[in-house]
Ligand binder design. Structure first.
Ligand code: ME8
Length: 506
């Protein structure tokens, strides 16, 4: 049986349209999912939409729609973008689906019946955009400490979750599992937060109606974060604990942005503890993108729209840039200059040129049919070794979610390929028919190294990889076995490619 791998993205709010930040997490999830499938895992990759809550209700009122009309419309935009970006999710969960609502009611009831959810009264400051309550002391100059917007005083009857009860258990779990919250700096922030003391958490609202009612008391709507976080198991069929739930839970990694780490590493694990369910294996919080040095916001009108980037630069250039430019876990800046620079140097020059030079030579010198090869010399062995060694290095970096380093390791092999051409000078060998055996070996090493590179790159740049492998005459499966040296055989037909990445002149 194949080992399983379950990876999720946040489910995105439908009151906003997709932007580069959403694309970032989703592309990262996709690379992980594709990579693990390549390596032989049975992968479940989940994304979806967060459709309940006051924020969505308000946005719908403003737009003159019902919340569901708004959600239906915006969800299509997310789904269309994921299609264009080549996202290979296995499932897309919407929190308005019956399967989700059932699962949420069920886990809520389970915790309620156990006594870890109780009815009480609430009075505190509420930030609607963040859907978060704050105490007086948490406010900064009377405003929301997260988004700096105005907060309002709310007093309501509310169900509370006994989060305080799980403080020690959560802390013990975090300490016993150093990789549970990543990166490390973020883990430390969460530890400090927990040490300040966990309060019981209000998990219902009576001030609006757009959501899932509390079982047995439908004056109360379940808190949107309780609702949303549960998507990770309702998508697997929970409360049915057989089937996909039994197969894939606990999740291998929840990929999220740093803005929502507390929900995922404090609230969610304690909900699961109360329900007697296993905790996620890992929560990884990546950094935030600014745009040309500024915070991305509607009011600044600098929101980066992924469709526009894809139109202009192509899907794989976008996928490459966002994962290569900034180490995963750090904040980064999106700039057009940096994007064009990456495209021209790493994509057009390095990887694109290497393939077009090599396939052009194979066509020119051998009519496109790969001849039988001779013994590998030292320089050939070196390229072979570099290619083969890269696979393990990439595997380690992917496990650490160090996408940028994984790409660097792959690009070292690409640079080695370009250098190999310069060092072996096939055009000189081609001048003398006596060298044709040697020329064949050189061409083989060059093409085989790229076949392996493009096989592993299928996780990152799926469209490019398909094109490149076709031009290398590879019609075998793109699987882990295909990463072994020696896949290409004599007689394979090599065709010249058009440029994988045209240079951008600006
Ligand atoms: O928070 N840079 O949804 P959301 C990088 N529905 N990533 C960014 C980003 C930026 N500037 N802006 C957004 C929600 N993101 C909840 C989640 S999960 C159970 C519920 C990404 O639509 C990042 O992944 O506000 C962040 O966590 C997510 O979008 C927030 O999406």
């Amino acid at each position: 049986m194949k080992p399983t791998f379950y990876v999720t993205t946040p489910i995105y709010y439908v009151n906003d349209v997709p932007h580069i930040g959403h694309a970032y997490t989703t592309v990262a999830g996709d690379v992980l999912a594709r990579y693990k499938r390549l390596m032989g895992y049975d992968v479940y990759f989940l994304t979806g939409s967060d459709e309940h809550g006051q924020k969505v209700e308000k946005a719908a009122t403003t737009a003159g729609e019902t919340p569901l009309e708004l959600a239906d419309r915006v969800v299509k935009r997310f789904q269309a973008l994921w299609e264009r970006l080549g996202i290979s999710h296995n499932d897309f969960i919407r929190t308005t689906q019956e399967r989700h609502k059932n699962g949420v009611s069920s886990i809520f009831k389970k915790i309620l019946d156990k006594g870890d959810i109780y009815l009480g009264e609430y009075e505190d400051w509420y930030c609607t955009p963040c859907e978060t309550f704050w105490t007086e002391t948490q406010l900064i100059e009377g405003r929301c400490p997260d988004c700096n917007r105005q907060v309002e005083k709310l007093k309501e009857e509310s169900y509370f979750f006994r989060m305080s009860k799980y403080q020690d258990q959560l802390m013990a779990h975090i300490e016993a599992n150093p990789d549970f919250i990543q990166p490390k700096s973020k883990r430390n922030e969460i530890i400090s937060f927990i040490k300040e003391g966990l309060r019981d958490l209000s998990v219902s609202r009576t001030t609006f109606t757009w959501g899932i009612p509390v079982p047995g008391n439908d004056r109360h709507i379940i808190y949107v974060w309780f609702d949303a976080l549960t998507n990770y198991i309702t998508a697997l069929g929970y409360p049915d604990e057989s089937g996909n739930y039994g197969k894939y839970w606990p999740v291998d990694v929840h990929l999220i942005g740093k803005d929502i780490l507390r929900f995922h590493s404090v609230y969610w694990p304690t909900f699961l503890m109360a329900a007697g369910l296993p905790l996620p294996k890992k929560v990884f919080a990546h950094g935030w993108w600014t745009v040309e040095g500024q915070k991305m916001s509607k009011s600044l009108q600098n929101v980066v729209e992924p469709n526009m980037l894809i139109d202009k630069y192509g899907v794989d250039a976008v996928r490459y840039f966002i994962l290569r430019e900034v180490p995963f876990g750090m904040d980064g800046d999106f700039s057009h200059t940096a994007l064009v620079q990456r495209i021209n140097s790493d994509l057009a020059n390095d990887i694109g040129n290497l393939l077009s030079r090599s396939t052009a030579m194979a066509v020119k010198y051998f009519g496109g049919t790969l001849p039988a090869i001779g013994e590998l010399t030292e320089i050939d062995q070196a390229l072979k070794q570099k290619t083969v060694d890269m696979i393990e290095v990439v595997d380690k970096f992917i496990d650490e979610l160090a996408f940028s380093k994984a790409l660097q390791a792959i690009w070292e092999v690409i640079s080695a390929g370009n250098k190999y051409i310069d060092d072996t000078a096939p055009w000189t060998l081609a001048k003398d028919p006596a060298n044709s055996g040697r020329l064949a070996t050189v061409m083989y090493c060059l093409l085989e190294s790229q076949r392996i590179t493009h096989t592993i790159l299928s996780a990152f740049l799926p469209a490019t990889s398909t094109k490149a492998l076709a031009s290398l005459g590879w019609n075998g499966a793109v699987t882990r076995e295909g990463l072994a040296w020696g896949g290409l055989t004599a007689g394979t037909t090599i065709t010249k490619t058009e440029a994988l990445f045209p240079r951008i002149e600006e």
